[in-house]
Design a protein around this ligand. Structure first.
Ligand SMILES: NC(=O)c1ccc[n+]([C@@H]2O[C@H](COP(=O)([O-])OP(=O)(O)OC[C@H]3O[C@@H](n4cnc5c(N)ncnc54)[C@H](O)[C@@H]3O)[C@@H](O)[C@H]2O)c1
Length: 266
C-alpha cells in the first residue's frame, strides 16, 4: 500500500488525460493535490479534477497556470509552497503538433518548446528552490515521451522538445540526488487521451500492430507508474526515464518470417 498522506503534489496539466488520472491517483494514495492547468476551471462537464478529488473525500485545489510563463510559475509555486510545501511535482502539461522540419512554422516550434521544455524547466526550478532548502527530499516526475527517445515520423518539433525534457531529467537527476530529491521521467507510448484524437482509425491500427503487446496505454497505466516514481519505492532512481509503451522502445514487431531455433522458417 503506497501512502502519500502528509505530502503535497502539484500536477501541471491536470485537468484531463494523463494529468487528471495522475492527480486522482496521487489523491487516492493520500496526497493533497494542487492541479495547475491553463484551463482546469473552465471545463464544461461540471467537474474539475479537484472537484472529483474532493467529492471522493480527498484534498485538492485547482489553480490556473500557464506553465510557459516563468513569472506566473514562480508566483504559483511560491504560494503553494507557503501554504502546503511541495513534496511532489509532476510536469505533465504538454502540447503536440505534427510537422516535419520543413512543415514546422516558427509559431509551432515555439509553442512546442515553450510548453514542453520551458514549462518543465520553469516548474522544476521553482519547485527545487523550495524543496532543497526545506530539506525533506522530494520527487519530480517529468512526462516525456517515446518521441524523446526515438524518432517519430512527421513530428520534428515534438521529438526535439521531448528529447530536451529527457536529457534535462537526467541532468537534474544527478544534481539533486545528493539532496534526496529524485528527478525522473516517464516516457509514455501511445495513450488514449484527447491529445491522440488526431490519429484516425487506420493509423491507430497500424500503431497497435507495431506495438509488441498490441495495445495503447490507458491514462491510468501512466498514472500508476508516476505513483511509483512519487513514493519511497523509487528512492534509488535518479535521472531515470521509464518507458510505459507496451514494449515499443524495446523492439518493434516486424512482419517477416521468423527463423526458428532449429533453423527453419516459422
Ligand atoms: N497521449 C499520449 O499518447 C502521450 C504520449 C506520450 C507523452 N504524452 C505526454 O503526456 C502529457 C499529457 O498528455 P495528454 O495525452 O494527457 O494530453 P491532453 O492534451 O489530454 O492534456 C494536456 C493538458 O496539458 C494542459 N496544458 C497544455 N498547455 C499548458 C500550459 N501552457 N500550461 C498549463 N497547462 C497546459 C492542457 O490544458 C491539458 O489539460 C503531455 O506532456 C504529453 O506530451 C502523451
Amino acid at each position: 500500500m503506497i501512502d502519500l498522506s502528509g505530502k503535497t503534489a502539484l500536477v501541471t496539466g491536470g485537468s484531463r488525460g494523463i494529468g487528471r488520472a495522475t492527480a486522482l491517483t496521487l489523491a487516492r494514495a493520500g496526497s493533497t493535490v494542487v492541479v495547475a492547468d491553463r484551463s482546469d476551471a473552465l471545463r464544461t462537464d461540471g467537474a474539475s479534477t479537484s472537484d472529483l478529488i474532493r467529492a471522493a473525500g480527498g484534498r485538492a485545489e485547482s489553480l490556473l497556470l500557464d506553465v510557459s510563463s516563468s513569472a506566473a510559475v514562480d508566483a504559483v509555486f511560491d504560494d503553494v509552497a507557503a501554504r502546503h510545501g511541495i513534496d511532489i511535482l509532476v510536469n505533465n502539461a504538454g502540447v503536440l503538433s505534427p510537422g516535419s522540419v520543413t512543415e514546422t512554422s516558427d509559431d509551432a516550434w515555439r509553442s512546442l518548446f515553450s510548453v514542453n521544455v520551458d514549462g518543465t524547466f520553469f516548474c522544476m526550478r521553482a519547485a527545487l528552490r523550495h524543496m532543497v532548502p526545506a530539506g525533506r527530499g522530494g520527487k519530480v516526475i517529468n512526462v516525456a515521451s517515446i518521441s524523446g527517445l526515438r524518432a517519430n515520423p512527421g513530428f520534428a518539433g515534438y521529438c526535439a522538445a521531448k528529447g530536451a525534457m529527457v536529457n534535462l531529467t537526467r541532468q537534474a537527476g544527478i544534481d539533486y540526488a545528493p539532496h534526496g530529491i529524485n528527478v525522473n521521467a516517464v516516457a509514455p507510448g501511445f495513450v488514449e487521451t484527447d491529445m491522440t484524437a488526431i490519429y484516425d482509425a487506420p493509423i491507430r491500427r497500424a500503431l497497435e500492430a507495431q506495438t509488441p503487446n498490441g495495445k495503447w496505454a490507458t491514462a491510468q497505466q501512466i498514472a500508476d507508474t508516476i505513483l511509483f516514481l512519487s513514493c519511497g519505492l523509487s528512492d534509488h532512481l535518479c535521472g531515470e526515464v521509464v518507458a510505459v509503451d507496451g514494449g515499443w522502445l524495446v523492439g518493434t514487431p516486424v512482419v517477416v518470417e521468423r527463423v526458428t531455433a532449429a533453423g527453419g522458417i516459422a
